[in-house]
Design a protein. Structure first.
Lengths: 110, 184
């Protein structure tokens, strides 16, 4: 990951959802996982736009599954995290951890 | 929610993304809608569906602009429109002096307009299919503006241009698609 190129908060959330879901990570499950864990309603368009951006950066890769009847004969697009994605996520999480270190008391006071 | 409104919403989404991505996204929406219908009412599911669509469109529109798809299509369509006007003027100025008959002049006007629209539709579609669609719309809008701002002339003659502009552009675009298939 180039220096200074940290992941945005939505990018981190989407990548963590993909990581959690493993082999079952596709648009709908990623969207539902985020909604369930964060309590924040997110559009399927936002999920796809973020995944497209992450794929362009080489952090995520995708492959097309088999079409199914419950999807109107449309195929799923599965996502998985690449090695560069793991590295980027680690760097972003570490940066956040380092920045927030020792600030828990101040947070509690506020 | 009727089948036609579902199809219309899917048509909108398909315009904003590459085909493979659009297929997957629409499939996801349909799958979740189906799951929600098993647990909730039709009204609440329809509300969820339209909320998803309304919040997805701006994000996907922005993503498609970042991808450059829209910009290239718009620039190609506008450039093709300017080229079509140029071709039409050149053809008319070359053919006009050949005759003094007003009927022949009308025929020249119609033919040069159709030829310019078809040629530019073909070129625009070979660059980007969306550009040819946009060009057809520009042709229609330009003829509407022309009709609204000029007085006189037979209505059928004006109507002919209104239909011929988009039709010739689409015919040119179809020709480009056919040539591409033959090459493949």
């Amino acid at each position: 990951m180039p220096r200074g190129d940290f992941l945005g908060s939505l990018e981190q959330i989407v990548m963590l959802a993909v990581m959690r879901l493993g082999a079952d990570a596709y648009g709908m499950t990623v969207r539902r996982e985020i909604e369930e864990r964060t309590g924040r309603e997110i559009s399927i368009g936002a999920v796809y736009a973020t995944l497209e951006r992450l794929e362009a950066k080489g952090y995520v890769s995708s492959f097309t599954g088999e079409p199914t009847a419950e999807r109107g004969g449309r195929a799923k697009r599965h996502f998985e995290i690449e090695a560069a994605g793991h590295e980027a996520l680690n760097a972003s999480q570490n940066a956040l951890k380092n920045m927030s270190e020792g600030l828990s008391r101040r947070w509690k006071r506020a | 929610m009727s089948l036609s409104t579902l199809a219309a919403s899917q048509w909108i989404l398909a315009r904003l993304m590459p085909p493979a991505q659009a297929e997957a996204l629409i499939g996801d929406l349909l799958e979740e809608r189906r799951l929600r219908l098993q647990a909730g009412s039709h009204v609440s599911v329809a509300g969820w569906y339209w909320r998803q669509l309304a919040s997805s469109v701006p994000v996907l529109l922005w993503a498609s602009m970042r991808r450059g798809a829209w910009l290239v299509s718009v620039v190609t369509a506008v450039a093709s429109f300017i080229a079509a006007v140029g071709i039409m003027l050149v053809l008319q100025s070359a053919l006009w002096p050949m005759t003094t008959s007003s009927f022949a002049h009308d025929v020249i006007m119609v033919l040069s307009f159709a030829a310019a629209a078809a040629t530019c539709g073909c070129v625009a579609a070979s660059i980007r299919l969306g550009a040819a669609r946009l060009l057809a719309f520009l042709m229609f809008a330009a003829v509407c503006a022309e009709i609204a701002t000029t007085q006189g002339g037979a209505l059928w003659y004006k109507g002919l241009f209104l239909v011929l502009g988009p039709l010739a552009t689409i015919a040119g675009a179809a020709l480009s698609g056919r040539r591409r298939r033959v090459r493949l």
